[in-house]
Write a protein that binds this ligand. Structure first.
Ligand SMILES: C[S@@+](CC[C@H](N)C(=O)[O-])C[C@H]1O[C@@H](n2cnc3c(N)ncnc32)[C@H](O)[C@@H]1O
Length: 420
């Protein structure tokens, strides 16, 4: 038996950032997916990862008392979820500790963390699927854990119940060549779908997709060739979401928070953090869903780089006669609001993409804005930008971890900063 195939018994000491159990063997860490702290496990060491190696779990010799029956039959094979095998309190402690560690690396020794709030199962209203060959056409799939394989889920406890059936119907009429992904979003008008491909649809695909939209009552189907704006193959109802009293018509490909639960939880935190009235800048605003939810008593100026989302926000404001809301197209990475422009705001909300808001955080750090609410889907870039704000004289007053990426290693955050 080669050394690579040999199994070894190891003790698992911790749960790592990606949900792997961490053991030690021959002086190096072993990352064991599916293993929990406190367990003794038989593993097969595999390929190098970082300063150690990945190892395949062969057998649990002694199980941890916190081990939990995973709610999904695909857990361990599907790469969508990292930690379903840990009882809820220990799971919350793991997310909390990962966040704490990320913040400590940026010099926040004792950050003011609020308790983790978690989305319920089935809350995910938007999903992007890979596509795998199926008996007829393609099937919606998730990428497997630690490989390039695809897993075709029979069901998924994370997703809204309407997403997978809609994705199955659509994928079934697609031909494999040049079709990359399928995104489905549940909106108040029904399912909004988009095929992402590196070619145009064939005449059969165009016909069949439009036919499915009729038969299964989908709101809209768009097709997006990489690098080009999406175009519509079925346009039965305009997909829309509500933010307070304002209804927003979503352009194809618009950003929406992955769960309605998350959008409401972020909104509740913002309401608690921001002054009850005054002028608020909503930066990286998308279609303005967070900004509209702040209500008419706050004057909101929204900034966003994607023209279609700015237009959607303006249209929504006009239709709702929300004359306290204004939307402007602007690239905030190349051209952040500077200290002089920021001077007119009582508070700033920023909700950048995963890369964070390096340039805008640097501009805020030298501004006089009294209150900053930083919404983030990436604790690493959040911690970097929080350091910039802290070095500029802001104090982090609270940080709310919102688990809208249930059972994954991802986390949504809302941080409250005030000028000292
Ligand atoms: C995480 S989303 C938040 C959207 C919105 N706050 C919401 O909750 O619906 C980030 C948004 O930032 C926008 N964005 C990305 N890069 C940007 C940039 N350089 N300048 C301005 N907006 C940008 C994206 O188009 C996207 O709408």
């Amino acid at each position: 038996m080669s050394r690579k195939q040999a199994t070894v018994a190891v003790d698992v000491g911790a749960l790592g950032a990606r949900g792997d159990g961490i053991a030690h063997w021959e002086g190096q860490p072993l990352f064991v997916a599916g293993a929990l702290p406190g367990e003794r496990v038989l593993v097969r060491p595999g390929k190098p990862r970082g300063e150690g190696r990945e190892a395949v779990l062969v057998e649990i010799l002694e199980a941890a008392p916190q081990r939990f029956a995973p709610p999904c039959a695909h857990f361990g094979v599907c790469g969508g979820c990292a930690v379903q095998h840990l009882e809820p309190a220990a799971y919350a402690a793991w997310k909390h500790d990962q966040l704490l560690e990320t913040l400590r690396r940026r010099g926040f020794a004792d950050p003011p963390l609020l308790p983790l709030e978690s989305a319920p199962p089935g809350a995910r209203r938007r999903a992007r699927f890979a596509l795998a060959p199926a008996r007829t056409g393609l099937a919606p799939a998730f990428r497997a854990a630690r490989s390039h394989d695809l897993v075709i889920p029979a069901n998924c406890p994370v997703l809204d119940a309407e997403l997978l059936p809609a994705a199955r119907a659509l994928a079934g009429v697609l031909s494999e060549r040049g079709v990359l992904e399928l995104e489905v979003t549940r909106t108040l008008a029904g399912i909004d779908a988009m095929v992402i491909a590196c070619r145009a649809p064939t005449p059969d695909e165009s016909f069949d997709l439009a036919d499915i939209a009729e038969r299964t009552d989908l709101a809209r189907i768009a097709w997006r060739e990489e690098g080009r704006p999406p175009y519509l193959l079925a346009d039965r109802r305009t997909p829309r979401l509500n933010a307070g009293a304002v209804e927003v018509a979503l352009p194809a490909g618009a950003f929406v928070q992955p769960t309605g639960w998350g959008e409401a939880a972020i909104g509740a935190r913002l309401d608690a953090i921001l002054p009850a009235a005054g002028t608020v800048a909503d930066l990286f605003a998308g279609c303005g869903l967070l900004g509209f939810a702040l209500g008419p008593q706050r004057r909101v100026e929204a900034f966003e780089s994607v023209a279609a989302m700015v237009a959607a926000a303006r249209q929504a404001a006009m239709a709702a006669q929300r004359n306290t809301f204004r939307a402007t197209q602007r690239d905030l990475e190349r051209s952040p609001l500077d200290a002089a422009e920021l001077a007119r705001f009582d508070a700033v909300v920023l909700d950048p993409p995963r890369a964070g808001a390096r340039a805008q955080a640097e501009a805020l750090a030298v501004s006089a804005v009294p209150t900053v609410a930083y919404v983030s889907c990436h604790p690493g870039s959040f911690a970097r930008d929080a350091r910039t704000l802290a070095d500029g004289g802001y104090e982090m007053l609270s940080l709310a971890p919102l688990d809208q990426f249930l059972w994954s290693h991802h986390l949504e955050l809302v941080g409250h900063f005030a000028r000292r």
